[in-house]
Ligand binder design. Sequence first.
Ligand code: SF4
Length: 357
Amino acid sequence: MSELTDRPSDDPYRRGTGEVVISARDLRIWYGTERGPVRAVDGVSFDLRAGETLGLVGESGCGKSTLGRGLLGLLPDGSKMDGTLQYRGEDILAMPARRRHDLRGTDLAMIFQEPLTRLNPLMRISEHFEEALNTHAPNLGRDQRRSRSLAILRTIGIPPTRYRSYPHEFSGGMRQRLMIALALVLEPAFVVADEPTTALDVLVEAQIIGILHDLRREIDTALLLITHNLGIVAEACNRVAVMYAGEIVELGEAAQVFRAPQHPYTRELLRSTISLSTTGLNFIPGAPPDLAAPPSGCRFHPRCPTAMRICPTRTPRMLPTTAGSLAACWLHQGGDELPAGAREPLERQEISVAEEA
Ligand code: SF4
């Protein structure tokens, strides 16, 4: 029996049915700097199952891209990662570098934001596919490589006649579709898509999300979709993880989290979203903290409209809420165990004192 199935059943992250493809527990990623370690990801836990899409949302600088890259072992030199990370029950952090390298491309893949910087302008699209398949599936014959490439091109709506074109002969939206095809041609079990629709217009964006949705279903891929766009998450994701200052602060079914957000940060993010019915602009005051020196206790407390006295002093844990999601917030936990006055509103001047301490 794998370590995955050995986990205690009261593990709040172990939910649903189907094969767990990626499992992270208390995952931390940090960079060494002159000012000390910058904890870009700090104690993150979640499961991702085959055929499931998890949306990862939060403001810029909250650690989303670092987490996505860390899951695939694509972190820059000087970064460190610890905690538990498993791929189909196999411990990724403990596996030999060679095995990790072999998994990338065949089992684990990434769709990047900027296709122009990833596609070689001197290589035809056919050569990009040849290179990917030669490297990761050397057993396939020439005809098989070609037919597999043409099949995925057809799936993403690019005619086979464009197979021998160069990247500059495609529009931005088509190039992004090519990136998706190149990432998925080996039918990986886990894909990270990092802002795959940034810089595309809304119609192309909708096409790309539709394609990802169909491909995920077709090949049963587990997809982590990193995005600023909450509309995309509502449209395309089964579940959503909300990240703030290196931590996941809410995790649950997307429909449920959008209907009844439990963490004040999720609530504020949703209030800041612009839609056709928006009459005024809302924004979250302040900015995400410096991850070299994050605020004490709940990291959102300096910006939280419902902060209480307990918030800067003790870190809330991720626990199930009555709405069904997991959230790290004292509004949903503590009960009678909290000291007297813990739930009193936190005055703004108390916040500045806590920050100086
Ligand atoms: Fe706000 Fe406190 Fe909840 Fe943090 S723990 S989100 S500061 S109420």
